[in-house]
Design a binder for this molecule. Structure first.
Ligand SMILES: *[C@@H]1O[C@H](CO)[C@@H](O)[C@H](O)[C@H]1NC(C)=O
Ligand SMILES: *[C@@H]1O[C@H](CO)[C@@H](O)[C@H](O)[C@H]1NC(C)=O
Ligand SMILES: *[C@@H]1O[C@H](CO)[C@@H](O)[C@H](O)[C@H]1NC(C)=O
Ligand SMILES: *[C@@H]1O[C@H](CO)[C@@H](O)[C@H](O)[C@H]1NC(C)=O
Ligand SMILES: *[C@@H]1O[C@H](CO)[C@@H](O)[C@H](O)[C@H]1NC(C)=O
Ligand SMILES: *[C@@H]1O[C@H](CO)[C@@H](O)[C@H](O)[C@H]1NC(C)=O
Length: 482
């Protein structure tokens, strides 16, 4: 009797949850659940990815500890390691010189440039350096050291405005429609800045008084020059500028990037998301769809956590295929599904295929955790569709139709190759379940005798498995009763 009420309770709990399969899931982890499409899988573990399309091949550059880079025939991989940009530490003599961050590679007139940042978490004592090569092959790169330095005593010209108020991390470079290169950089402190590069991109134009443009800023109460106050309060970083006639688009990451404690996630919406604004002028001012300036805290969110599976996307870039389609790529964290089983669960439950052979009565616990390490950031990507000149990431691996080829003066890589991402794997339900399968199978050994009901943190994908298991459970129950 006790056992059957216990069982009924378990079943009710399971079925109550499974009903939400047909409803909008009650989102507890993130607040904009289905507003954004699932990412296509990049099949690469990477934080702050940078993708360069050159000669029909995609190259992905990855920060710390050295700048490794990979190549693939498509955004979905398979990626193979090509080599490293820097073999040892950067020649920039600063703390963190062995761990160059957030590289950005660009090809211009036969030269490959790889911009990178040297910094430490929470420090404004940062530099942006550059290495060049006449070939994309490893072993051919030369490190030229710092282009800009920020922070008190942070190095050459670090006492020059705006380096006194900004943080030299997260470099990105655009060559504008007049052929002029610009370096964008910045993060917490006073957010995103832009300075003009010389034609060879190895230094800043007029370095002791650069014609700097402030691109984004969230104005908060307090002294804007009080860096201790500013730190951590203006969560905008990781900028990227793309161009599609007639607009420049300024993209950036907003919110908390990393160090997530699965038990204490920041309030929904405060984790990384991708924001954007546009301008007819590479130097701004950039405004969002609501007409709000990015210098006044504007920037509409175009991509964020979604489906209670994908968490804190950011560290983005945009790459244009040669058929003229734009791809937004980024890193994201993936919630893992943990099924806890009672100790007496028989070993013949084949979790890998989610085929439960139910011979006894168990109650499963579902709980979600999110990867903590930088090394659990995954490459994701979506095509961008433009409506009235506003880009939106779309689901699927088909490029949107009738994208006008963009007139660009960017690197030849953007204009001469014909590579098109093909045979990529959509994440969708299919590959999400792939992820879930492996997580579940790897955790299937972790048995728990705790008869707990389905956690409120259960999510739509996990609900699918729970429903499946519950169905098997019910069938067994029904046959036992009859
Ligand atoms: C910044 O780094 C440089 C180089 O390591 C060092 O000499 C300087 O003292 C640092 N400044 C601060 C404020 O820590
Ligand atoms: C491109 O490279 C060639 C060969 O190195 C050089 O002669 C030419 O001046 C460069 N063009 C530009 C615009 O820098
Ligand atoms: C591209 O840049 C060159 C200078 O490098 C300039 O002469 C040319 O007009 C630009 N083309 C377009 C379409 O803007
Ligand atoms: C962009 O803005 C800057 C600064 O306001 C201005 O000097 C420049 O002429 C503008 N460029 C174009 C192409 O309008
Ligand atoms: C969720 O699962 C993880 C990994 O098994 C565990 O460390 C954590 O304590 C669980 N959280 C809850 C609320 O059960
Ligand atoms: C990932 O990083 C964590 C710490 O941040 C480390 O313990 C773990 O070994 C790393 N895993 C891999 C596969 O590199």
């Amino acid at each position: 009797m006790l056992l059957s009420s216990f069982l009924a309770f378990g079943l009710l709990t399971l079925f109550d949850t499974s009903r939400s399969l047909h409803l909008a899931p009650r989102s507890t982890l993130t607040d904009r659940d289905d507003e954004y499409p699932l990412p296509n899988k990049g099949n690469l573990q990477i934080h702050d990815p940078n993708v360069l399309l050159y000669d029909h091949t995609f190259y992905a550059f990855k920060g710390a500890p050295s700048i490794q880079y990979f190549q693939a025939p498509s955004m979905g991989g398979p990626w193979t390691l090509v080599g490293k940009v820097l073999d040892g530490p950067s020649i920039i003599d600063k703390k963190g010189q062995t761990r160059p961050w957030a590289p950005t590679a660009i090809e211009l007139n036969g030269t490959f440039y790889c911009f990178y940042a040297i910094s430490q978490v929470g420090s404004q004592n940062s530099s942006i350096g550059v290495a060049t090569s006449h070939s994309i092959n490893p072993g051919s790169w030369t490190d030229h050291g710092a282009l800009i330095n920020t922070g008190t005593g942070g190095g050459d010209l670090s006492d020059v405005f705006p380096y006194t108020v900004s943080n030299a991390i997260d470099p990105s470079v655009i060559i504008d429609q007049d052929g002029k290169p610009w370096l964008a950089f910045g993060s917490f402190w006073t957010d995103i800045w832009q300075v003009p590069l010389t034609d060879n991109m190895l230094s800043i134009e007029n370095p002791s008084a650069p014609a700097a443009n402030h691109l984004t800023f969230i104005d908060l109460p307090g002294d804007n020059n009080d860096l201790t106050h500013l730190q951590g309060t203006r969560p905008e970083e990781g900028s990227w500028i793309s161009y599609r006639t007639p607009y420049y688009y300024l993209w950036f990451s907003h919110g908390r990037c990393c160090y997530f404690d699965p038990e204490k996630l920041p309030p929904a919406g405060q984790e990384y998301s991708i924001r954007m604004g546009r301008s007819l002028n590479v130097s701004g001012p950039y405004v969002d769809k609501d007409g709000q300036s990015l210098l006044e805290g504007g920037g509409q969110t175009v991509y964020g956590s979604n489906h209670d599976m994908v968490y804190a996307p950011g560290g983005l870039g945009v790459v244009t295929t040669d058929v003229g389609a734009d791809i937004l790529y980024f890193h994201y964290r993936m919630f893992s599904i943990h099924l806890s089983l009672p100790e007496n669960a028989p070993s013949h439950i084949a979790y890998r295929n989610i085929q439960a052979v139910v011979t006894d009565i168990w109650i499963f616990t579902v709980n979600m955790t999110v990867g903590l390490g930088f090394n659990q950031s995954l490459l994701g990507w979506n095509y961008l569709d433009y409506e009235d000149g506003w880009p939106t990431p779309i689901s699927g691996t088909e490029a949107p139709v009738s994208q006008p080829k963009k007139s660009t003066n960017q690197s030849s890589s953007a204009t001469t190759s014909n590579a098109q991402p093909t045979s990529t794997q959509p994440v969708g339900a299919q590959s999400s379940s792939g992820q879930a399968h492996s997580t579940i199978s790897s955790l299937a050994q972790t048995h728990s005798a705790k008869p707990s009901s389905v956690s409120t943190k259960s999510v739509d994908k996990s609900i699918l498995y729970v429903s499946f298991l519950a169905l098997a459970f019910l069938l067994h129950f029904a046959s036992a009763v009859s």
